[in-house]
Design a protein around this ligand. Sequence first.
Ligand code: MLT
Length: 433
Amino acid sequence: MNKYNSLFHENRYVAYICRKNIKMAQINENYLKLQAGYLFPEIGRRVREFQKENPHADVIKMGIGDVTLPLTPTVIQAFHEGVEEMSKAGTFKGYGPEQGYAFLREAISMNEYINRGADIHADEIFVSDGSKCDTGNMLEIFGQDNIIAIQDPVYPVYVDASVMAGRTGKYTKSGYYDGLVYMPCSAENGFIPEIPKKKVDIVFLCFPNNPTGSTVSKQELKNWVDYALKNKTIILFDAAYESYISDPDLPHTIYEIEGAKEVAIEFRSFSKTAGFTGTRCAYTVIPKNLMAYTSDGAGMALHPLWFRRHTTKFNGVSYPVQKAAAATFTAEGKKEVKATISYYMNNARILRESLDKMGFRVFGGQNAPYVWVNSGRNISSWDLFDKLLHEAYVVGTPGSGFGPSGEGYFRFSSFATHENVVKAMDRLKNLKW
Ligand code: MLT
């Protein structure tokens, strides 16, 4: 048993002690099915432990996909203006619309959808403080018995949120949760999952993919939309990394595909696009004509359900933050976003080329900020993590943290500074295997 799991055993011990006493409030026991702490805090814990023992080690972090470039001048100016408005009685704002200010939703609709030929309107957009929360919380508006399909490997929030919400069975020794449909993504299938043979009710798709950096073509996405239309499946499409797409033939939004408005919810974020990881602003699109069904088969629009959930449990993103987000759609803001993305994609290129020369099998990093590698050296993902941390002071993310099919793989994030990417690759060249 590793330290990672011991928390859960401690919990059981506490539960045992309490049972001998009086009956108390009960916990959501689905949480006890979770196998580990959330991936990124666990990486943080290991790094902190290492740094405590090696205070002089200059650790380079390319684990969690956290941005390093500051907010751009246009965004900062709008942010300041928003704060200034809050300081004066005449322009001060209290609670805003839970769904987001119209100026931001209209800018999103025009720039991200209408201009791409996707017919998504401002009133179908919900501004929020993060796609992580939205993808996790979205399960609340779906029935308990839905069968959920998930790419493997993938951003761990989808699996963990499904477990917490009681949508899975037990964790099995082979590393899978009963009840979830895993769709293996490997080098053999280009990290694009096959459409499930059996009917599933909800499918999480993430493209450009975190962690593999794979992308989906219009035809492949159309196959998913057709499957969903035929099976009355809902696609939860996480497009948080769409701004890293440079190939003009790839779709940026699922709504570029005909019929998608009837089957898909899309999640987008300003985090990786415009450096908002610490500022927090994202949005979710639920088309007005997207339907799911009651247990007796009556069609119900999902938009009002999420609207009810959002307005009940969320009070909106702060006004200055929404102003700052809207500034990314001005002409100057767009130029700055483009420059930020080029900076990180140059890092991705350096990672790809350097790791390839070192004999890694390299994937992703071309239309996505993540570079996914296989060391080809018969070393587990976590052992490679420890080796890189201890011998090169370089932090990445073990592939197995994204699902069983990620074992043997490793993810590098290109969101580090250019200098650190170059330095890290220099150190890795000298590793002894
Ligand atoms: C990642 O590293 O996978 C992401 O940064 C995590 C996130 O966006 O929550």
